[in-house]
Design a protein around this ligand. Structure first.
Ligand code: MG
Ligand code: MG
Length: 250
């Protein structure tokens, strides 16, 4: 069932979203050549706890890190590790959530390490653009399928693929709530968008095939063809004043 939020609850979600977004700025600052993904994760955790919040993903379904940190052909759910050292040219997906005053925020970005290839730059830009196309569809009367359709159309316009196995979702007292928000769909189909809905729109965009596989660690998801993948996510809400991004650092 879709849990609609009233304006006081959306205000609390905005606070959780702000901490989440600021944690991504901490990650961006920490990411550079020679640093381990464990170190990046530790800085994220320290920041979130300093804010009086909890990392949403720590222990969620048994996940061992505070953030999911995934490199290059890793799509999502990478486990922070002392053995994974960032190298110039890598692209690093950081997916983070903060739980504060009863609500979660959920947001992800793809960061470059030093100089990256033109292909990687184009992919990162395209993935952000896919999010924006999806977010433009968040208005009363539209349906979830309008979001997915816009995201996938944008990805295709770059010659890229969307990951279909993992999708966006409602956000609130739980990190993952109804409805499902796929990065594909038929315009005019799916649950109707209405005031009080809070959802994570999170395009995962691949240069090659959209097909993925899981690593033996049981968590990390990789592109099937080993080509690059990028991720861009915000928790957004449809309020009385219109659509807003909850995971805004300001
Ligand atoms: Mg996320
Ligand atoms: Mg999410």
């Amino acid at each position: 069932m879709i849990q609609l939020k009233n304006s006081a609850q959306l205000k609390d979600m905005r606070d959780a979203g702000r901490i989440t977004a600021q944690a991504l700025l901490v990650a961006e600052e920490a990411i550079r050549e020679g640093v381990s993904t464990y170190e990046v994760d530790a800085k994220i955790r320290n920041f979130i706890e300093k804010c009086g919040a909890k990392p949403s993903f720590l222990g969620l379904y048994g996940f061992p890190g505070s953030a999911c940190i995934s490199i290059n052909d890793q799509v999502i759910h990478g486990i922070p590790s002392k053995k994974v050292i960032l190298r110039e040219g890598d692209i690093v997906k950081v997916d983070v959530g903060a739980f504060f005053h009863g609500f979660h925020g959920d947001s992800a970005r793809t960061f470059p390490v030093g100089n990256i290839s033109d292909e990687a730059k184009r992919l990162i830009e395209a993935t952000k653009h896919c999010f924006e196309c999806g977010f433009e569809q968040v208005k009363e009367g539209n349906r979830v399928g309008d979001i997915g359709n816009a995201v996938e159309s944008c990805a295709k316009s770059y010659g890229y693929s969307v990951v279909r196995k993992y999708i966006g979702h409602g956000v609130g007292r739980d990190v993952h709530e109804a409805p499902d928000v796929p990065n594909f769909g038929t315009a005019g189909r799916g649950p109707r968008l209405c005031r009080g809905m809070a959802i994570a729109i999170e395009p995962m965009i691949n240069v090659g095939t959209g097909d993925v596989k899981e690593m033996p660690d049981g968590w990390t998801v990789l592109t099937l063809d080993g080509k690059l993948s990028a991720h861009y996510e915000n928790t957004v809400a449809l309020t009385d004043e219109g659509p807003i991004i909850l995971t805004d650092p300001n």
